[in-house]
Every structure is written in structure tokens, then in C-alpha cells.
Design a protein around this ligand. Structure first.
Ligand code: NAP
Length: 311
């Protein structure tokens, strides 16, 4: 019998209880599942999302792994009280959601859709014809699970795509870069820049004034990674100066984004409330249960976080 503790904000428990039990039963797993950390049992697995009752892992002496309901694990990757493997959420529904969200926003920019939404005022605005995707430079920061899936979708439209990751990639269907020089090359060719990097010490403020200045004038930015990737003051300055034409931001240093934040009122910013890719209980529960099955069978866990690098 595997003992499972669910620690997340209280509204998540009714959404996850049944799907988790079902996913475990599908695999023939015998489990005891609770959301009460005070139960005097030694828990084997902790199913975790920030904002729940567990903030210190020290007292869970029997724990075999922490299984994150979020793909981004920056809030616990560096937690010194966590001494067991941390697995992050990799789930096909979450990936599909991100592909749809990013594709939609890239196409919005590429096609200039806003120009036609702005004024249904009798003016025949046909002066600007967008290039075909093959002539549109799109840069993608982050080529992980989500970035790779997004790249495949954008490559399907034929965008002039480039990607950037920490480790160099073998040559593939589109140009890839790593390191500082590779980043500079990618930025200089990105009319639309998509960020799908994790929040780590190395990516903090990556998009600062210097890097934003390398983008072509009139570039557009889409951030669905984490808010810490961007120096907010530098981005606002670049937008005010017209160097960047627009930014679509789904993630922020503080969430919810405070009502008085400059991004809300800025005419060149679209704010979306961290909705690019939702974790969906049915499929996320399958991913969690699969790791419990593997743990109980003595198999290597999937998607273990490299805590030295923070993702
Ligand atoms: P992942 O599979 O861990 O991929 C991360 C990518 O970032 C990898 O390509 C990695 O390079 C690259 N990277 C990390 N540090 C780097 C550095 N210092 N320099 C250059 N590249 C670096 O993560 P994922 O599943 O694709 O998810 C990415 C992020 O999306 C998550 O961490 C989370 O913050 C965010 N997210 C947002 C939402 C939302 O709704 N907005 C939903 C889910 C996730 P290597 O390939 O060389 O390792």
C-alpha cells in the first residue's frame, strides 16, 4: 500500500481526489490518499502544488518522492528541506494547451490581426499585407518539452524559426543556438520572440535592456515561461520607446498581477492570467500515478528535476 499526501490549495482537492484514485486503480496500485498532512502515517509520495499546507519537507522521513502538479518547479527546486527526488509535471494535455496558446498569439502578431479588430469603422485597411511565415523570423527561448512541441507546430507553418537552449542541439529541422553568442544571433533575427524558459538563477532577468535592444525594431515578445525572465522596467522602456511593438505576457513576478501594475494599462501589452497551459486533473493524475507505479516497481522515476540547474 502506497501512502499519498496531496498538498495544494484546498480547491484543488475535490478536483483531483477521484482522478488520482482512478489513475492509481487503472495501474492496479493499492493506495491511501489524503489531503491531511497531520495524519500520523508515514507518507510515501507527496503530490505537490505551491500554496498548500506543506511548506517544509523535513518531517516526512519516509518520503520516496515529491510529485509536482506544476511543470515549473522554481518554488521548491532549491528547498533545502527536500531530500528526495522531485519530479515535475509533464503531461500531454498541458503540452497541447501550450502549443495552442503560443500558436494563437504568434499568428495574431504575424497576421497583424489587431489592426483589423481595432476599428470596425468603415475604413478599408488593406495597405499592409503580412509576409508568408517563411519570411517571418521567430525565435524560441527554451527547447524543452514545451518548447520542442511549440517548435514543431510553428515549423509546420514554415516560420523562419530559431531556438535557444542551455546545451547545444544536434542539427535538426530549424537553426538552434546555445550560449551568449547564440542568444545574440537569435535575438537579432526574431521579429517575434517566444519565451519558454524555466525560472532559474541563470535565467533571471535574461531579457534585460541589453538583450531587448538586440531584437529588431518593432519586434513582439510572448512570455509564457516565467515572469522572472524579464526585467520589467527594461521591457516597459523598450515598449515606450517603440523599439518593441508589443508584448503578450502570461506570467509575472507577482501573481495575480497587482491591479495597479503598469502592464495592465499599457497600450502595447496584453496580459493573460497564467492560462497558457493548464494542468488538467484527468491527464495530470495519469502522469502522477505512472510515477508512483514506477517508484513502487523499483523503476527509475520520470521527469526528475536536475536540482543543480533548477529545472
Ligand atoms: P523543460 O523541458 O525543463 O525545458 C526547459 C528548456 O529551457 C530546455 O530547453 C533548457 O535547455 C532550457 N534552459 C534552461 N536553462 C537555460 C539557460 N540557462 N540557458 C538556455 N536555455 C536554458 O521545461 P518545459 O516543460 O518545456 O517548460 C518550460 C517552462 O514553461 C516551465 O519551467 C514553466 O516555467 C513554464 N510553464 C508555463 C506554463 C504557463 O501556463 N504559462 C505552463 C507550464 C509551464 P536544455 O534543453 O539544454 O536543458
Amino acid at each position: 500500500m502506497a501512502r499519498l499526501l496531496f498538498s495544494a490549495p484546498p480547491e484543488w482537492w475535490p478536483l483531483y481526489r477521484e482522478p488520482l484514485l482512478r489513475a492509481c486503480a487503472d495501474r492496479g496500485l493499492e493506495v491511501a490518499l489524503t489531503d491531511d498532512p497531520a495524519e500520523p502515517t508515514g507518507f510515501d509520495y507527496l503530490i505537490y502544488r505551491p500554496g498548500g499546507p506543506v511548506t517544509d519537507f523535513t518531517r516526512f522521513a519516509n518520503l520516496k518522492a515529491v510529485l509536482s502538479l506544476w511543470a515549473g518547479v522554481e518554488r521548491i527546486a532549491g528547498d533545502a528541506t527536500l531530500r528526495v527526488p522531485l519530479c515535475r509535471m509533464v503531461d500531454e494535455s498541458l503540452t497541447r494547451g501550450m502549443v495552442e496558446w503560443v500558436t494563437g498569439h504568434v499568428l495574431r502578431y504575424h497576421l497583424g490581426i489587431d489592426a483589423h479588430l481595432a476599428g470596425q469603422d468603415g475604413v478599408w485597411r488593406n495597405a499592409v499585407v503580412p509576409p508568408l511565415a517563411t519570411h517571418r523570423g521567430v525565435g524560441l527561448l527554451g527547447l524543452g518539452v514545451l518548447g520542442t512541441a511549440v517548435a514543431e507546430a510553428l515549423a509546420g507553418f514554415g516560420f523562419a524559426l530559431q531556438g535557444w537552449s542551455r546545451r547545444p542541439r544536434a542539427p535538426g529541422d530549424f537553426a538552434t543556438h546555445s550560449g551568449a553568442d547564440g542568444l545574440a544571433t537569435l535575438l537579432s533575427r526574431s521579429e517575434i520572440l517566444v519565451c519558454l524558459l524555466p525560472a532559474t538563477p541563470d535565467t533571471e532577468n535574461l531579457l534585460d535592456a541589453g538583450h531587448l535592444a538586440l531584437l529588431p525594431r518593432g519586434a513582439r515578445l510572448i512570455n509564457a515561461g516565467r515572469g522572472t525572465l524579464i526585467d520589467d522596467d527594461a521591457l516597459l522602456s523598450a515598449l515606450d520607446a517603440g523599439h518593441l511593438a508589443h508584448a503578450t505576457l502570461d506570467v509575472f513576478r507577482q501573481e495575480p498581477l497587482p491591479p495597479g501594475h503598469a502592464y495592465w494599462a499599457h497600450p502595447r501589452v496584453t496580459v493573460t492570467p497564467h492560462v497558457a497551459a493548464e494542468t488538467r486533473p484527468d491527464t495530470a493524475s495519469q502522469a502522477i500515478a505512472e510515477n508512483i507505479r514506477r517508484g513502487e516497481a523499483g523503476l527509475p522515476l520520470l521527469h526528475v528535476v536536475d536540482r543543480a540547474h533548477g529545472y
